[in-house]
Each structure stands twice: as C-alpha cells, then as structure tokens.
Design a protein around this ligand. Structure first.
Ligand code: UD2
Length: 313
C-alpha cells in the first residue's frame, strides 16, 4: 500500500485518479472545490479529503510535514484558459506559485518521495502549426494559462536535476469522460455535448453550438487512458525529469465527434453553427511515441471512449 497526495483531487481527472487508487492505497485529496465536487469521490475508506487551496502555505506545509507520501500528483489548477485571461494574477498564484511552493516543501520535507507528477497542458504548444506535437516541438504559449503551465513544468523538471527531487510532467491533450464539469462555456467540448444530448433526450429544447464550421480537430483522450498514463509516468524510472504528451495520437474533427455521439444515443440534437472562437487553433494532436516507449498503450479510440461515456449517461 502506497500513500498518495492528489491536489485537485475532487476535480475531473483528480477524482478519477483518486477513486482508482483508493481501493488499494492510502489517498489524501486536497481541493478547494472551486471546480471539483466531493461527490466525485466514491471510496472514503482509504481517502482523506482536505478542503483547502493549494496556495495556502501554512496548510500545505503542515500536510507535507505530517505525512510521508510515496507519490504526489499535482492536478490543482485554474483549468480554463478563458479564466486565466480574465484573472492572470490569481491564475499565476494557483497555476505557478503553488507549484514552486510544493517543490520547496517536497525538497525540505519529503526525502522519501518516489515521484511528483505535474499536470501541464498541450496549451504550451500554442498556435505553432506543426503537427503532430512532439515534446521537443516549438513552444509558443499564448495565454496566461499556457505561460504558467510551461514555466511551472520547467521548474518541476529543473528540481529533478538541481536538487534531486524526483519529478515528471505530463502535457494533457483534450481529456474527456465522466465527472467533467460542463457548466462553463469553456468546459471541454465533449462534456458540453454530452450534457446537451442528455437534456435533449429528457425532452428539453436545447441545441449544441459549434464555433466555426466543425472541421477543427483535437486529440480527444479518454480519462481512463489518462489515469493509466499518469500511473505509468509516476512509476517508471525512465520518466524521471521528463515530460510526456498524453493523448491518443489521433485527431478527430468536431463534426465527426458530433456524428458519432448522436448516432450512439440515437439523438436528433439540433446543431447551431456560429462564428469561430477568437484564438481557436484549427488542429491539434499528439505524437505519443515517448509515452509508448515507457510501455503505454491506449485502450480507447474516440469511438470506444465515447461509447463507454455515453453508456453511463
Ligand atoms: C483545450 C483545453 C484548454 C487548453 C487548450 C490548448 C479543454 C477543455 N481545454 O482547449 O484548457 O489547454 O486546449 O490548446 O481541454 N467548441 C464548440 N462548442 C462548444 C465548446 C467548444 O464548438 O460548446 C469548440 C472549440 O471552439 C474548439 C473545440 O470545440 O474548437 C475544442 O474546444 P475545447 O474547449 O474542448 O478544447 P480546446 O482544444 O479549445
């Protein structure tokens, strides 16, 4: 039995990881519930929930002083790019300063930590058009969110060679699956689509808005594959001090996604095409060779992931 700390552990990816681990391991979740929800956490036997903000120095210091963790997954963040543009100072405190604080606390209080895994984002690649995105591709972070993620990622990896703090980082592409909050217009497109499908099937008069002509494409990766990647990166020796793309290596257009989802649940949900979003990138997908070289093999194509997700709708 290992001991895990998961920051942002009541959020979408964090709670999926916490629920997966807490059947066999001891898990502590820290979350301020700004995006997450305690109801996402199912197993409470091996799980301790602490409602707190990761920028709270006293609290974080106490947690790291009084526990010996084997693994720390830092998933807490302002996850919305739009929010980061609205609130750059708060974003910087949460998405960057909390990481530096955590690194310093680990350096002084967690000598036996096996790994810190930091969640970065495909946003770091920005609008650089070369595809697929490789870890060594040109980085062109364009928003407060992307700049903080990239800077934090660099710090995390630097602590590995500067101070021997065992770290790794992952760059998530477009993660989807149960428990993703669809409430903001900037929530993941699949969570919004599934919410509209659910409501339409219940008889509500709703439609789904496509920004642009729907030809834009993304690398949509199912959350269960993301959990497998997070565990692999955390446990592998080779991943020490390294960053990994986490995606499927395949791009799917929004139009294809809508067609798949509608066919799957036999829905006639109306689609409303509007002008494209400012700053939207046309295409994005990952080269995942580096992750595969660690032994990763994704189990879910977009068809399989969507089918499983919609089954539990
Ligand atoms: C993703 C990340 C974002 C950042 C960015 C970097 C998510 C949720 N967001 O943004 O945090 O890392 O990548 O490139 O993973 N769309 C619609 N209708 C809707 C919602 C979205 O048409 O109701 C479109 C949107 O304009 C975009 C596509 O769907 O073209 C995907 O949108 P998204 O917000 O899910 O993800 P993305 O790639 O823009």
């Amino acid at each position: 039995m290992s001991k895990y700390l998961i920051t942002g552990g009541a959020g979408f990816i964090g709670s999926t990881l916490a629920n997966h681990l807490s059947s066999d391991h001891e898990v502590m979740v820290i979350d301020d519930l700004s995006m997450g929800d305690v109801s996402n956490l199912v197993d409470r036997v091996n799980l301790t929930f602490v409602e707190a903000d990761v920028t709270n120095k006293e609290l974080m210091s106490e947690v790291l002083e009084n526990n010996e963790f084997d693994y720390i997954y830092h998933l807490a963040a302002i996850a919305s790019v739009a929010d980061s543009v609205e609130r750059p100072i708060e974003t910087h405190q949460i998405n960057f300063e909390s990481v530096l604080l955590l690194l310093e606390l680990i350096k002084s209080k967690q000598p036996d930590l096996k790994r810190l895994v930091f969640s970065s984002s495909a946003a770091v690649y920005g609008d650089e058009p070369t595809l697929p995105k490789e870890e060594e591709s040109v980085i062109r972070p364009l928003t407060a969110y992307a700049i903080d993620k990239f800077a934090a990622e660099k710090y995390v990896l630097a602590y590995s060679h500067l101070y021997n703090v065992p770290t790794s980082a992952v760059r998530f592409f477009n993660v989807y699956g149960p428990n993703q909050n669809p409430s903001s217009p900037y929530s993941g497109v699949i969570s919004i689509l599934v919410d509209r499908l659910e409501r339409h099937l219940r008889g509500e008069e709703v439609d789904f808005t496509v920004f642009g002509d729907g030809s834009q494409s993304r690398d949509f990766v199912y959350v269960k594959d993301v959990i497998a990647a997070l565990l692999l990166v955390g446990e592998s020796k080779k991943s020490l001090g390294e960053v990994y793309n986490v995606g499927t290596g395949q791009a799917t257009s929004l139009n294809r996604l809508i067609e798949l989802a509608k066919t799957n649940v036999k829905s006639e949900l109306p689609i409303n095409y509007q002008e494209g979003r400012q700053g939207d990138i046309p295409h994005s997908y990952a080269n995942i060779s580096k992750l595969k070289a660690l032994g990763f093999s994704g189990h879910y194509t977009i068809e399989e992931g969507l089918e499983e997700y919609l089954k539990n709708m």
